[in-house]
Design a binder for this molecule. Sequence first.
Ligand code: ATP
Ligand code: MG
Length: 487
Amino acid sequence: MEYLLRLGELTLKSRRSRKRFMDILFNNIYDALESNGIKDYRMIDLYGRVYLEVDRDVSDILRRVFGLVGVVEVVSYEFDDLEDIASKAEEIYRDIVKGRSFGVKTNRVGNHPFKSIDVNKVVGERLLKYASRVDLSSPDVWVKIEVRDDKVYYYLREYPGYGGLPIGTEGKVLALFSGGYDSPVAAWHMLRRGVEVDFIHFQLGGERHFNKVLRVAVELARNWCYGYKPKIFKVDFRPIAKAIRENVRQDYRIVILKRMMYRAASIIAEEIGADALVTGESIGQVSSQTLRNLVVTDMATEYTVFRPLIGFDKVEIIDVSREIGLYEYSKIVEEVCALVEERPVINADPEIASQEESKLDMSLLTESLSDRVKYDLRIIRPEQVPMTDEYAVEPSSIPEDAIIIDIRGSFSYMLNHIPGSINMTEKELLDKADEFAREGKKVVVVCPVGLDSVEIVKVLREKGVKAYYLSGGFKAYLKYRKNIQRG
Ligand code: ATP
Ligand code: MG
């Protein structure tokens, strides 16, 4: 198939920045195609358009490459003269205009002995005998033709792109990512303007909750983040929420929690070289997002905080979430109420906020950050992060009568493991499946971070084993045990 890719704002750039933008755009298109398993294609910069030849329909993939305003499926020919253009047009469009009104639009680049309107006229005359009539204001069919030097391109189908700028042309930000509707949509708007986005999630719920958040991020990454390798950081914020509950006056707790998130995010932003933070906040959506509270929260960071959704209503945000394919995933991410407040302050005072904050031991923050887990979102397969968690067990609720199988490497196992667990390779475990099924034993599979085990559990279930995976893996278990020891 052949495509013409229409560039949006890229055509406005100066010659020098254009070259840089085009290099990045090409790189992102390669990434989009290759990560979707497409290896056989040819791409040419036609200045103003990109020409792509490929062995299958890729319109749905290309639409999601930012910087493109349209994806046009075409057929192209080298032509000799105007007659030649008209004959080919007749062949292609004859059936399409049959019995309908039509108009011809031509776009011409290069030196030719004819003008665009000449093409319109000649092609129009050829097609009129098949069509009902010519209509140049709102025809049933627009016949669109592009003549570029010695080639002519006939439009077959047009798909709108999302415009914006190629990702990677505008630096990097760190998005505070809760996984609900707002923060993914906020991140998407930054991506659309050419910004690389990494993500940070402050864990307030259990591992199963995090898995749902992770799934949203994985979907965003595999469908929209072409051209770079997005990461998500998981930071356990439960100890911080607990300290806030115990030390901070009730009405300021949510504002302080937010400020702590901003502080933590700023530290990671610095580390990864991000230039700003991004959140999904919009004015007045909930009590912590009053204008005043946003301003006071902002004071906790020296970074610029971008809020692409600041002026959006919730229904509009949810519409975008649907449009970009995240709705189904965000929908199942529950709000975690780490702090239940009767009457949160809506007019926070910066003095009081810092006063309250000073009651917290800031080493908690350093500790949570040093324990963080980083995931490479483009490497995780969606199957590893299932939508349902029916086979998940939390570290706090491993059944007493279960056999615990640790599939990590033997060295990791030797260093540390769950008491009573058995170390096996994936193969050894699968070889034992029939035996476990026969005995009706419950099996809990433990892997490093709770991704590899998901797929094995699926296989074991097919073989009739009552298998579960440890949500969050051995890492989550360690954290759980540490928290218990602290009391
Ligand atoms: P969302 O739909 O994004 O969950 P929300 O409507 O639930 O937002 P809040 O809970 O006030 O509103 O969160 C506002 C913003 O703060 C979020 O969009 C996100 O950027 C950030 N945020 C909130 N909770 C977390 C969290 N646990 N981890 C990371 N960022 C968070
Ligand atoms: Mg939320």
